[in-house]
Design a protein around this ligand. Structure first.
Ligand SMILES: [Zn+2]
Length: 96
């Protein structure tokens, strides 16, 4: 458990951002399985990704108060110890 792992928030942000980039760079012409995405589908997916990205950032920020070094930071959005359940749910969704 002492190995330096990349920050879970950064990992999830990278995964979400990668999907956004993919969608924005020609997903319409390269949809897997031959089924072309409609622009409406694409817009809906992008909206969902951007919503999740905003959620991630909200729960990434930690409470702006001095805390003892022995205490893990708590999410500003929900008050849970980081990484909070919201961020872990996003990780499951995008990194599994
Ligand atoms: Zn949270």
């Amino acid at each position: 458990m002492n190995a330096p792992n990349p920050d879970i928030h950064e990992v999830v942000l990278d995964a979400i951002q990668a999907q956004i980039n993919t969608l924005q760079s020609g997903a319409l012409t390269s949809a897997p399985g031959g089924g072309a995405r409609t622009e409406k589908d694409l817009a809906a997916e992008l909206t969902q990704l951007e919503t999740d990205r905003t959620l991630l950032r909200a729960h990434w920020a930690h409470l702006p108060r001095p805390i003892p070094a022995t205490e893990p930071p708590r999410s500003n959005a929900c008050g849970e110890t980081q990484p909070c359940t919201h961020v872990r749910a996003l990780k499951q969704k995008y990194c599994s």
